[in-house]
Every structure is written in C-alpha cells, then in structure tokens.
Design a protein around this ligand. Sequence first.
Ligand code: PEP
Ligand code: MN
Length: 371
Amino acid sequence: MIVILDSNITEHSQEYQHALAYLSRLPGISTRVHKVEGAQQALTEIYLIGDTKTLSAEEIGALPGVERVVRISEEYRILGRHRDEQRISGFDYNGVVFSQDNLNVFAGLCAVDTPEHVELMMKALREHGQVCTRMGAYKPRTNPYSFQGHEKTCLPYVFELAGKYGIKVIAMEVTHERHVEEIQECLEQTGQPTGVMLQIGTRNTQNFELLKAVGQQQAFPVLFKRGFGITLNESLNAAEYLASEGNSKVVFCLRGVKTNMGDPHRNLVDFSHVPVLKRLTRMPVCVDPSHSVGSRERAPDGLYDLMHATAQGVVAGANLVLVDFHPAPAKALVDGPQAMLLSELSWFLDDVAAARVCYEKRQALAERYGL
Ligand code: PEP
Ligand code: MN
C-alpha cells in the first residue's frame, strides 16, 4: 500500500510526523519513505510493507496531510503504475524532460574511439538541434581480447566536447560501480559541462549488486536495458532494485531478445512491448533499434530495417530512441556494421518525426473512438 502525502507536506510538518507515527504503529507493518521528484512537482510517498490486506484505505486516507492511498500489487512497488493514473511519472534531468508523453533521440557512438569522431558526431547533433547522445566508454565485450572501451581516459574530452556542442545528456554504460565515481569525478573536474544517464547493459540486467550501487546514488538517472534472455517480468523486477534503493529516475529500454527466431536480425525485436511497459509502469520507454536489428540491411522500399524497427517503436509510443551512428563506421572499434552514417542523420530524424506524428494521430483517434 502506498500513502501519498499532500504535495505541500514536508518532513518537518506536524501532519507528516503524525501520519508516520500512526503508520509505524500498525501491527506487522513497516514503513519506507520515498521522495518522488517529477518534472512538475515533488511528492512524498510512504510505503507500507507487510500484510496490508486488512488495513482500511479509507481510515488511512482520512489522516491529516494524506492526499490518497493506493493499493499496489506486490510487484514493482515503486516503478509500477498500479492502475493509478495520477501518480507522477517521468523526470527532468539537466534541462531535458523524460516522460511517457514525449520523445528524445539519443544518436551517437556505440563506443568512443577517437576525439575526432566524438567531435564530428556532436557537431552533427548540434546542427540537427539534438541535445542528447550515446557515448560508450566502458564496453562489456563477449570476447576478452576485444576492445573494452577507452574507459576513464576518454571522459575528459567526451565531456568537454559535449559542453562545446550543447549536449545535455550522454547515455553511457557502466559495468562496475567504480565507473560511476569516475564519471562523477571527471564531470566535477571539467566543470559539469554536460549530464550523464548511466546505462545498465543487457548483460548486467540482473547484476543486483551493480543495480543496488547505481540505485543508491541520486546524481544520475538510469537507462536500464531489458535482459536479453529473461522474461519481461524478471527485467522489471530487476529495474525495481534501482528504485528500491532510492533512484526512481529510470528509463526502461527494449533492445530485442536473444533467440535464433529473430534471424537474420541480431535479436528478436520486442518493440510491441512498448505499450505493455507504459501500462505496467510509470517509466519512460526507450527502444534501441541498433542492438535489436544489428545490421544495415534495407527492405526493397529503400528503408533500413533499423529505421523500420525504430518507427515500429515510435508509432507504438516510445519515449526515447537509442541509436548507433558513426562518422566512419569502417573504422569503428565496436558495432560499425550496424551504425548509421552522419549523412543519414537528417533522414533518420525526419523518419522518427513522421512516426511520432502518426502516434499522435493514433492517440487522437483513441480519444475520439475509445470507450
Ligand atoms: C550498447 O548499447 O552499447 C549495448 C552494449 O547494448 P546492450 O546492453 O543492449 O547489448
Ligand atoms: Mn554496441
């Protein structure tokens, strides 16, 4: 059960103290206070943990300072929607809004290789009015002899160039909690020229100790990738680790699942789960067409498979697109064959915008015809 307090209630107010004392006295129930910062307002939620079935929601709802009480299912307590349309969803980070209602594109390098390529990428993004990108510094590789990323050595120039070109949020995978500290330190040393959204890769979806560590920090939001070999429910429970540790600024990213049934694509594209995630949770939903499709094959209509996959996600209401681009894919150290070219950036963004218009028209139709 979640007890949501009035938005003007602070932890020093009498109502807060009274409500918390009352709830803490309930037999067999423990409380956990969670502050939710949305794009528009901040709220305090008190989670009641234990057997809440016999508690009266009316009685608790009548306590001074309590706005409302939501009965929740056991799963995804914090990130879940629990059929409550009024709870805050989304967040603001470094001036960029992430929610279930808008759309941001993160086009960029799968892996940082040279400062020249980073600069060419960021320059192209600025020319196209983009403020988000992806830049991999820590790469989890299948083969231990493959390039593992430039790690912290590339951070200073990545962050400085981001500042130079007005990039506000960089999606960057971390595979160890040490990487979070390195990112934080480097941002401080370079004067906070940009922001970072920490990416949890599909290989680490159930690395619970990493999730706890990333969940315990509040400085950075998280882009959480679906596990490629587990159920959606298992991935959602894993994402909830972040929130249960204190960080609910989480975007959930679909990136395909591993099965030969997806051949010739690298993974089986799972973007039909976009509306499922929006129904079950309050997280903005991302699609990663690059790691799903994994090639530059085109259909006879001239469109790349990965553009078709992107459009499928966006037409279904996706809120972020994470996509590999590279100024010289032949020289890329990771995933060159699936990268889009900088000369294709306008086309890609226009195609995404067309798909978004289609989604908005479909939403209007749902309002007109929906019961
Ligand atoms: C990536 O986005 O660079 C990546 C490695 O993705 P995934 O974890 O989905 O394989
Ligand atoms: Mn990659």
